[in-house]
Ligand binder design. Sequence first.
Ligand SMILES: Nc1ncnc2c1ncn2[C@@H]1O[C@H](COP(=O)(O)OP(=O)(O)O)[C@@H](O)[C@H]1O
Ligand SMILES: [Mg+2]
Length: 362
Amino acid sequence: MSGALPTGTITFLLTDVEGSTMGWEADRAAMAAAIVRHYEILDGAVRARGGVRPVEQGEGDSVVAVFATASDAVRAAVDIQRALAAESWPEGVPRLAVRMALHTGDAQLRDAGNYMGRAVIRAARLRAIGHGGQILCSGATADIVGEDLPEAICLVELGAHRLKDLSRPEHVFQVAHPGLRREFPPLRSLDAVPNNLPVHLTSFIGREAELAEVAQLAVRHRLVTLTGSGGAGKTRLAARVAAELAATHADGAWWVELAPLTDPDLVTETLLGVLQVADAPGSSALQRLTAHLASRDLLVVLDNCEHLSRRALPSARPSCAAARVSGCWPPAGKPSAWAGRSRGRSRRCACPTARTSRRPNR
Ligand SMILES: Nc1ncnc2c1ncn2[C@@H]1O[C@H](COP(=O)(O)OP(=O)(O)O)[C@@H](O)[C@H]1O
Ligand SMILES: [Mg+2]
């Protein structure tokens, strides 16, 4: 199947069959039948959503399809996985597990019938870290589809991953649908960034300006504080920024939930636990934490600090200069004092407000 190939900014859908070599070795005839049927399903779904398959692109069992509209590409991928799952395969024909990746970028044509260039390479690298039955999508595609997805489809954040041979890490999402398998083993990225950031099952909506601002502040400053009324979105914004920045920290991004703590003296122990710092006889908890942070490059998010006193947050002290700390920390009952000490914006708004420490990061 082919047609006039779209140009400009397009979305690539790349697929391949997981474990197909084993299938071919086990039963060539059955595998050939399964692959033919899989191509029929794929072609039908791609065409139905307005996509095109370049003439000969994709080798072996892999397929490349392109779409002028990112949300159509996402819908096509979901249609294909659902059709493959619903298919009653003839006896002896293996159930194919197809992995998929979506990425949006500028189209570069190699000739009239094939693409080349960075976008298609990134899509291929993304496909390589997924599992059969899984649909991955890049940060670029996620940003474009945003709120433009049908109710049943949502994007699940899987964090930042470095892709083979590519310098810029990718913020990876899984396309989820009630009719599709949801749980998969960890992605096969070569060096998934160590983190314990929360996974959200709903898409992140809007807040582009705040995202950019907080990310910029967190790069420049050692401590960034997000304040705002309950439900304003501080936690969600901090989680998203941390996911964006995680790959830029060699020792990863760590989420420390302080809401359950009532005793400020337990904050240091909680940090030691999350960061998995080993015991060191003769050293205090604070000494161990300081020593650990001093030799590492990591991002820490302290969520829900408002009920704990400021002295309880040792990693925010100048003595722990190696830590980059982002947190949610409006001191309870002292809004005016806090506003007076802050260099940040003090306007009241429904969005979380970002404030920074006076000390630059580097
Ligand atoms: N940008 C966003 N996109 C999608 N959901 C959001 C966004 N911001 C907040 N939410 C949702 O709104 C609710 C409250 O946000 P939360 O970050 O917990 O607020 P806060 O930490 O300020 O109390 C949560 O369910 C959260 O997932
Ligand atoms: Mg919160």
